[in-house]
Write a new protein. Structure first.
Length: 393
């Protein structure tokens, strides 16, 4: 028994593999297996067997094609290949030999002689075929391979056409999905822009309408009327600034408004240009009493609590501005000014709201040029507002 001989058996029937393995291992041979032609070629390359037994009718490449491929490989060209098949039709043996097989054994095998047949092929035995027969079966084999190649080309052409059709369908589906997504994003952008415009314009509109109502009802003397008109002009200019900002939009950036709503950040989305500053004459009062009185008329007794809340929040925001300007945090500086501005305008602190707008502008640039000086003006103006509000309690 030769334990050193390694035999590869290529067979797709597991019962046949088990039977041959049992016989050959009892005879002392090492047996490795493959269940189809392609894997058989790979196993042969990896394991370098001393002999290859192979069924002819296997899946994928058939036994003839596998034998031809194995004989074309330099490392396996001298390895004996023996067809082990149930095919007994005329010409089957010759077809196997001209394709690359060195022997032909039919099933069912005779156990008494099978091991001896295997041993003889390992020792160099080779079956031969008459040259005239070889030429005939070579032509037949050539035609078979040509027909098989043509069939494979036609199959690949068909599969390629099907694949192209699937790709076209999938591309169309993706394009439609993309169009729907773009439409949804456009709709979302319109909604967010509308919410932003409504949010930014509502504040000055409220002040203007309140002052206009007081003027119409003739509740002002000449001095109060002048202050009210100045406030209206200031609020209209703020609205004009917002409209100008919308005309300068060059990008799409959003910010949170409320709990779950996002709106367009008009200032961040526009090109950086000097803000249209609200007039802040030196003799302007810290608090426009017309605005404050309108607030009192609207809020009633709750006005006092509202003013206390404003002063409490404003004090912290002003301190935050000083800290962020000193630390160079443009984002937080902008946020503090942006938060203080509308509340100040709502109760009539128009000069303070204007200064907050200027700090917002500075905060959009990470360089923060002039930030500390402008925050100092905010601090001074806040003290004037605080004193004016406390005097009205």
């Amino acid at each position: 028994m030769q334990m050193s001989h390694k035999i590869l058996y290529i067979e797709d029937d597991p019962f046949s593999r088990m039977l041959i393995r049992h016989i050959l291992e009892r005879a002392g041979y090492a047996v490795i297996e493959a269940a189809d032609g392609l894997s058989g070629i790979q196993v042969a390359l990896d394991q370098r067997p001393d002999l290859i037994l192979m069924d002819i009718h296997i899946s994928g490449l058939d036994g003839h094609e596998v034998a031809t491929k194995l004989k074309s490989m330099p490392d396996l060209a001298d390895t004996p290949i023996v067809a082990l098949t149930a095919s007994k039709a005329p010409g089957d043996r010759e077809r196997s030999l001209i394709s690359g097989c060195d022997g032909y054994i039919t099933k069912p095998i005779e156990q008494a002689t099978f091991v001896q047949q295997v041993r003889s092929f390992l020792e160099g035995a080779r079956e031969m075929i008459d040259q005239a027969e070889a030429n005939y079966y070579l032509r037949e084999y050539r035609d078979k391979l040509a027909d098989r190649l043509q069939a494979k080309v036609e199959e690949l052409t068909r599969l390629n056409a099907e694949l192209e059709l699937r790709v076209e369908e999938r591309t169309r589906e993706l394009r439609e999905a993309q169009d729907q997504l773009v439409a949804m994003q456009q709709e979302k952008a319109v909604v967010e822009l509308a919410n932003a415009v409504a949010h930014e314009l509502r504040q000055p509109q409220t002040v203007i309408l309140g002052l206009a109502e007081l003027i119409v009802n003739d509740r002002y003397d000449k001095t109060q009327l002048e202050h009210a008109l100045q406030s209206i002009i200031a609020q209209i200019r703020e609205m004009s600034r917002l409209i100008d900002t919308m005309g300068q939009l060059t990008s799409y950036k959003t910010k949170t408004f409320g709990r779950d709503i996002r709106i367009v950040d008009l200032e961040a989305s526009a090109e950086r240009k000097d803000p249209a500053s609200v007039p802040n004459p030196e003799n302007a009062p810290a608090i426009d009493l017309a605005v404050l009185n309108y607030l009192r008329g609207t809020m009633g007794e709750a006005t006092a609590d509202l003013l206390d809340l404003y002063l409490s929040n404003a004090s912290g925001l002003v301190a935050d501005m000083r800290q962020e300007a000193a630390q160079g945090d443009s984002k937080l500086l902008f946020q503090a000014a942006h938060t203080l501005k509308p509340g100040s305008a709502s109760l009539g602190a128009i000069p303070l709201a204007a200064l907050c707008a200027e700090v917002e502008f500075i905060g959009r640039d990470s360089a923060l040029v002039g930030a500390l000086e402008k925050v100092a003006q905010v601090e001074a103006e806040y003290q004037r507002v605080k004193a004016a509000l406390e005097a009205t309690h």
